[in-house]
Design a protein around this ligand. Structure first.
Ligand SMILES: *Cc1c(COP(=O)(O)O)cnc(C)c1O
Length: 378
């Protein structure tokens, strides 16, 4: 049997919640489970207002609509990220200026951002890669100095903090993902957290396809009307039931994932001490939320060789993002700047199997195969 890279896990109550939602007579969006999820996230993570969406991509699209992004407006974001971080801005005709990663982490090089800001820059997107916080004090200082809206991509970063405060609660917006590959999953799903009160009223409308349906149901207006742009962002309450079931077990899920991460790290550290591999470092201001475990190899050739070796030995290990500035779609639009760190992480990063039900014995087995590749006794 090959050890899979990822395996979704239901915590226990999801099925019952699906059944309850199905029999409640309200299975479209914004039902009882959606409201429970909103309240839970707002309270647990100090988010001002939450809106479940059908994906993190959708959460970004909703944020781009709320910011009222115009063609020619500029958006700064890391090149080393998923396409969903970028696509919603392209759809609005905005110009993307890709930033490089830091030297020692795939996260955006915060100290390189200021040089990319022009008088057209309106948005700064940061991705907390592998759930490790970007330095949000520096990011929010740039936001204040230049009047930029900050969107945190928290797809990897649920339950992670910066200086003990939850990620997703710093930026004007936080975009969450509940895709199958994330810590908490509904198959497909997402959420937009809004931390700037000026956007909340309009968010309710954009979320409901540009109508004032929410105000109508509260009895504030007597007609339900088309009042603004919007789209179909609401997930079914069945999906929200799954999310609520997952969130009821978040402490258990997180504890297990962090245990797996720590085991990988402890077992592989001797190889790092010998200089054969490089392991991720977590800065003092960040926490580890057990999103993924990756190691870095000295070059692309060795990364591919180890990846092939593991895959031939029943371990599904995978690389990660191809830098967006080099993509087929974007390379002709890129301004030509070299982004060497993004390329290096793309070429040398290898992710190992990581999921809730991965037995610790399998972590040891996987690590033993990494040792075997280097001809070192485990
Ligand atoms: C998964 C992911 C997304 C997209 O999430 P969806 O819910 O699939 O739209 C966006 N950004 C990052 C960094 C991701 O890993």
């Amino acid at each position: 049997m090959k050890i899979p890279f990822n395996k979704p896990w239901f915590a226990g109550n999801e099925i019952q919640h699906i059944v309850n939602a199905a029999y409640s007579g309200h299975i479209s969006g914004n039902g009882a489970f959606t409201k429970k999820c909103h309240a839970l996230f707002e309270e647990k993570y100090g988010l001002l207002k939450c809106f479940l969406t059908t994906s993190c991509t959708d959460a970004f699209e909703m944020a781009a609509m709320l910011i009222d992004l115009k063609p020619e407006d500029e958006v700064i974001m890391p090149s080393f990220t998923f396409v969903s971080t970028a696509n919603p801005f392209i759809l609005r005709g905005a110009v993307i200026r890709f930033a490089d990663s830091s030297n020692n982490h795939p996260n955006i090089d915060v100290d390189g951002i200021e040089a990319l800001i022009t008088d057209k820059t309106r948005v700064l997107v940061v991705v907390h890669y592998a759930g490790v916080a970007v330095d949000m004090e520096k990011v929010m200082a740039l936001s204040a100095k230049y009047g930029l809206f900050v969107i945190e991509d928290v797809a990897h970063a649920i339950d992670a903090t910066y200086k003990a405060k939850a990620l997703g609660s710093f930026g004007h917006f936080g975009a969450f993902s509940f895709h199958e590959t994330k810590n908490i999953s509904t198959g497909e799903g997402g959420m937009l957290a809004i931390n700037d009160p000026q956007f909340i009223k309009r968010a309710e409308i954009v979320w409901e396809k540009g109508t004032n349906r929410a105000a109508f149901f509260r009895g504030e207006v007597d007609k339900y009307n088309w009042v603004d742009v919007g789209s179909s962002f609401l997930p079914s309450d069945i999906i929200a039931g799954v999310l609520y079931g997952q969130m009821q077990q978040i402490e258990t899920i997180q504890a297990k994932r962090v245990e797996i991460w720590n085991r990988y790290h402890a077992q592989l550290k001797p190889l790092a001490d010998k200089g054969l591999i490089y392991l991720p470092e977590i800065p003092d201001f960040a926490t580890n939320n057990g999103h993924m475990f990756y190691l870095l190899l000295k070059d692309e050739e060795q990364r591919n060789a180890l990846m092939d070796y593991l895959n031939n030995n029943n371990v599904h290990a995978v690389f990660h993002y191809l830098p967006l500035h080099k993509s087929q779609f974007f390379q002709g639009r890129h301004d030509g700047r070299q982004l060497p760190n993004a390329i290096r992480f793309s070429e040398t990063l290898l992710r190992l199997p990581f999921f809730y039900e991965l037995p610790i014995g399998f972590v040891d087995l996987i690590c033993s195969k990494v040792y075997a590749y280097f001809n070192i006794k485990f």
